[in-house]
Design a protein around this ligand. Structure first.
Ligand code: BF8
Length: 641
């Protein structure tokens, strides 16, 4: 294999990487090489920068310093560093959730205004049924007018962030046995902001130095994300933007169109990108595009915002995390619009090598010298139009001789929410989780796997995701996916119903064909990992598969993780009782044997779930299947299909 071929299994990526090389453009793979060898102390987690007596580091060979200046040892330092990452990941998802809840509050204000035309945000309640369901969960009288419900619900949702005592409302969705475990350990999350702040406080200099306590507090913070901030983001987005339904789409760089104005949305918060979808078919803008010689406006997405607009509108996905620079390298992107999270600062440099306009939209994520169009939620449609217009006008600057769009694209089906799984497997007239539970009990479906998370240039792009998932479905494990993991598998053709025949084991194939679903279900973006938690809770509620989430024959994995958000997701899965593997490098904790052992062994007796670090996708599959079989045996279900 040539050097470039080792970087990805995706042919579109390889082709575009060659173009980047010819165009003398550096990508993250080049920058990773320039970094090598990376800092060993950082990798082991034994460097402490918490106070200015340091930076201190622990000698991993046991010869030099074994504590920092304050006396903190490797256990404290690695646990604190890890916990701070959990806080950051939780803050990212939850701040997203807050923005969505604030948008709902804006809708309440709209209703309060006599002159509704004074607002041009363009949002409305697109899933009134889900609005009512959520309102009931918060004890709101749903016989009231929709205006009243929206007002009360948005207030209650926003209060979840600032709550000081009690427990987050959505934790009530978890099975009672799980809630008792959390209560006993004192890790049931109280308020979202409180958990993040408290974790940052307790991990500063001179506070908590009991590594188990630090990690337990980290789990409480992570739970405030999974069963709080992320769940609010997911559910309220469904209310405002509409609950996804299975929808066909296309994926990979080949979705960019040669004769069209290509606008790429990248980031995480769908509130603006949703308006961009509407604005892309604005007649004025289309007229302008045509007057400049384009056939139309082609919208595509990168990363999680792509998943959001894909599952609600079928907008094509240009790629996952490691393809953000490459989309620009095609030379065919007029404008890339970014909001928050997973946006490489390098985009500015890459865009400057082509005609692409990079536009930032959030005051939380600015780039020096880059065009900024602040997203004003009350004027969302006009903001989206303004941004697209910049892209359309830029079509005239495209240099045709620098364009090379790889021909690779693949079909996929996305949009499997917990409600959809419920309806599809149960049928329209007896919608229930019973058929899913029965298929698991009978062994047609051996178990469930959540395969989620990022890409990381340290491992061959998309290889771990796809090799693992193929092995799982071959062994009758139904796979649930979100984020960049879902995009990776979609590109390899695993997210179409036909994939069941090619790749799935006999039992899973039978179920997929009977219901018409792919063996790998796309549940959405990373905040939508919360859909997996609620679906699992419904499985327990349905009966026959134990009393707690940890009883279900299921396992989780982030095969190519890189983000702090992935760590937080991992922790809320483990704290919810799920055995979870991380590939692409362990957490930076190996400098402490105690912390490593607690994460990979000790936690199981505490919360029922634990971590595993593994760098071989086939081994990951073997471990996950072994865990699933262990859970099947505990439930006295037959272990082979
Ligand atoms: O939130 S999977 S690389 S895009 S962090 Fe980022 Fe990871 Fe992709 Fe979505 Ni999630």
């Amino acid at each position: 294999m040539s050097k470039i071929e080792k970087k990805s299994i995706d042919l579109a990526v390889l082709e575009t990487l060659k173009k980047a090389q010819d165009d003398n453009v550096k990508t993250c793979w080049d920058r990773l090489e320039a970094q090598g060898p990376q800092c060993g102390f950082g990798q082991l987690g034994v460097c402490c920068t918490v106070c200015s007596m340091g930076p201190c580091r622990i000698d991993p060979f046991g010869e030099g310093a074994q504590t920092g200046v304050c006396g903190a040892d490797a256990d404290t330092i690695t646990a604190r560093n890890l916990a701070r990452k959990i806080a950051v990941g939780a803050s990212a998802h939850s701040d997203h959730g807050r923005d969505v809840a604030l948008t709902l509050a804006l809708l309440a204000q709209k209703h309060a205004h006599a002159d509704k035309s004074a607002h041009s945000h363009g949002y409305e309640i697109l899933d009134p049924e889900k609005l009512k369901k959520l309102a009931s969960e918060f004890g709101i009288d749903i016989t009231k007018s929709q205006e009243e419900i929206v007002k009360e619900l948005s207030k209650k949702l926003l209060e979840e962030f600032g709550k000081q005592e009690g427990e987050l409302n959505f934790t009530k969705r978890a099975p009672e046995k799980r809630r008792q475990i959390w209560k006993k350990l004192n890790i049931i999350p109280r308020g979202i902001d409180r958990e993040v702040v408290e974790l940052l406080h307790t991990t500063t200099m001179g506070v908590d130095n009991d590594y188990k306590n630090i990690i337990n507090n980290g789990m409480r913070c992570a739970l405030s994300d999974g069963w709080g901030g992320s769940m609010i983001a997911t559910d309220v987005q469904d209310v405002i933007l509409g609950s996804p339904q299975p929808i066909r789409g296309k994926v990979n760089l080949g979705v960019l169109k040669e004769n069209y104005v290509n606008i790429v949305v990248h980031g995480h918060e769908p509130i603006l990108s949703e308006m961009t979808v509407k604005a892309a078919s604005d007649s004025e803008l289309l007229k302008l595009a045509k007057s400049l010689g384009a056939q139309g406006i082609n919208l595509a997405g990168i990363c999680c915002t792509a998943n959001e607009v894909l599952m609600r509108h079928g907008i094509p996905v240009a790629g996952n995390f490691l393809q953000q620079e490459l989309a620009i390298v095609t030379g065919a992107v007029e404008l890339m619009m970014v909001d928050v999270q997973c946006i490489m600062p390098a985009l500015k440099e890459v865009a400057s090598c082509y005609h692409t306009k990079l536009v930032t939209t959030s005051s939380k994520a600015r780039f020096p010298g880059v065009t900024h169009v602040e997203f004003e939620v009350h004027d969302a449609y006009e903001t989206a139009k303004k941004i697209i217009k910049i892209g359309v006008e830029n079509f005239a600057n495209r240099k045709k001789d620098r364009v090379n769009i790889p021909k690779h694209e693949m079909d996929l089906v996305a949009g499997f929410t917990k409600e959809v799984i419920f309806n599809m497997l149960g049928g329209r007239y007896r919608a229930s989780y019973r058929p899913l539970n029965e298929a698991i009990i009978a062994g047609k479906i051996r178990g469930l796997a959540g395969v989620v998370g990022c890409n990381n240039p340290k491992v061959q792009h998309d290889y771990f995701h796809t090799a693992l998932v193929k092995e799982l479905i071959k062994n009758d494990v139904l796979v649930l996916q979100t984020g960049c993991a879902a995009i990776a598998c979609a590109k390899q053709g695993l997210l179409i119903p036909e994939a069941a025949k090619t790749y799935a084991g006999k039992g899973l194939q039978e179920i997929c064909e009977a219901v018409g679903i792919p063996p790998v279900l796309h549940l959405g973006s990373c905040v939508d990992n919360s859909r997996i938690l609620t679906a699992a809770s419904r499985i327990i509620e349905e009966g026959g598969l134990g009393e707690d989430l940890s009883d279900i024959p299921a396992a989780g994995c982030a095969p190519e993780w890189m983000s702090e958000k992935a760590i937080t997701i991992g922790f809320y899965f483990v704290a919810s009782g799920v055995y979870t593997i991380f590939g692409g490098g362990p957490f930076s904790v190996l400098g402490s044997q105690n912390v490593t052992d607690y994460l990979t062994k000790g936690l199981e007796s505490v919360v029922g779930g634990r971590f595993e670090f593994c760098d071989d996708p086939l081994k990951m599959a073997e471990l996950m299947i072994a865990h699933i079989d262990k859970k099947r045996a505990a439930l006295k279900l037959k272990t082979t299909c």
